[in-house]
Design a protein around this ligand. Structure first.
Ligand SMILES: [Zn+2]
Length: 304
């Protein structure tokens, strides 16, 4: 005999389970072909293993499976509780965060709060401000800095009592790690009266990251539906913007190294219709405010 009976019988279960190598299978087959005793053993073993699959599962195995199922269920429950708990905690922290220096989830929320706080400047006296109907803010758009840490959010600010409406921005930044990435309102920029039919120009800049960085925007609010394109010169560069369906268009810029205001005044520009016809140009205009006069650049209708 090539192989010992014992070795062959050790290989048999592997063969029956189908996990033995081809060589082992061949060895077993070769042996049982010439050894009746081992052949009998082989047949018996095959019968035993095949029927063992239909053998009812012993009670303790059933218990084990039930326990495993219960544990899995419990784990799933624990996981759910932990997830929910974390979520609630995050919400609570966020909510509490709302009360820390006007922090808000969004740049828009922080900006809105700034504009509302500063709307008292619209009134002559604090008493008048206190008694006045709160201004109605209509959100327009948010322009963010390249690094995403600074933003100006534009709103239409309508004062119901006197009917005046302004296009105004609130600025915010989120450079403070301790505030969990929450946006902190800084102040407002611009606040330019909306014209019945024309172009209002506004914008501003502010510093963030402890005064290291600056971000600014230039914005136009167009109430003349014929205007399809705005071209303007700022800091020696020409820019082109297309008013959106609200009549709004704006761009962000990063004054470097710091905003010398003079550099960012728009002194030159033209607004054209769909045929390229010039409807408005930027000109220096003088306005009276109270007893004082001041000069500034504004969009003036082109003479026909
Ligand atoms: Zn044998």
């Amino acid at each position: 005999m090539k192989y010992d009976h014992e070795i062959i019988r050790d290989l048999m279960p592997l063969c029956i389970d189908g996990i033995a190598s081809e060589k082992s299978n061949a060895a077993v087959q070769e042996h049982i072909a010439e050894c009746p005793a081992c052949e009998k053993e082989w047949e018996q073993m095959k019968k035993t293993i095949n029927t063992s699959e239909n053998v009812p599962v012993p009670e303790d195995t059933k218990k084990y499976k039930e326990t495993a199922k219960r544990v899995r269920k419990k784990n799933r429950w624990i996981l759910l509780k932990v997830t929910l708990g974390t979520l609630v905690l995050a919400l609570i922290v966020g909510y509490i965060g709302n009360f820390i220096d006007g922090a808000r989830f969004t740049a828009r929320g922080a900006a809105k709060q700034c504009i509302m706080e500063q709307s008292i400047d619209h009134y002559e006296t604090p008493v008048e401000a206190k008694n006045a109907t709160k201004p109605k803010l209509t959100y327009i758009a948010t322009i963010k800095s390249k690094d995403g840490k600074a933003a100006e959010s534009y709103f239409l600010e309508h004062f119901p009592d006197d009917g005046e409406t302004y296009v105004i921005a609130g600025n915010a930044d989120r450079d403070d790690i301790l505030r969990l990435g929450m946006w902190i309102g800084g102040g407002t920029s611009g606040g330019w009266a909306v014209k019945d039919c024309g172009i209002s120009m506004t914008g501003g800049s502010f510093t963030y990251e402890n005064g290291v960085k600056w971000f600014g925007t230039k914005a136009f609010y167009v109430t003349d539906k014929n205007v399809k394109k705005i071209e303007f010169v700022m800091d020696g560069q020409t820019y082109e913007l297309t008013p959106d369906e609200k009549g709004f268009c704006a761009m962000g810029y990063e004054p470097y190294p710091e905003p010398v205001p003079d550099r960012y005044i728009v002194r030159e520009g033209k607004a054209t219709d769909e045929n390229g016809k010039v409807l408005y140009t930027v000109q220096s205009v003088t306005e009276t405010y109270g007893s004082s006069e001041f000069e500034h650049y504004d969009w003036v209708k082109a003479s026909a």
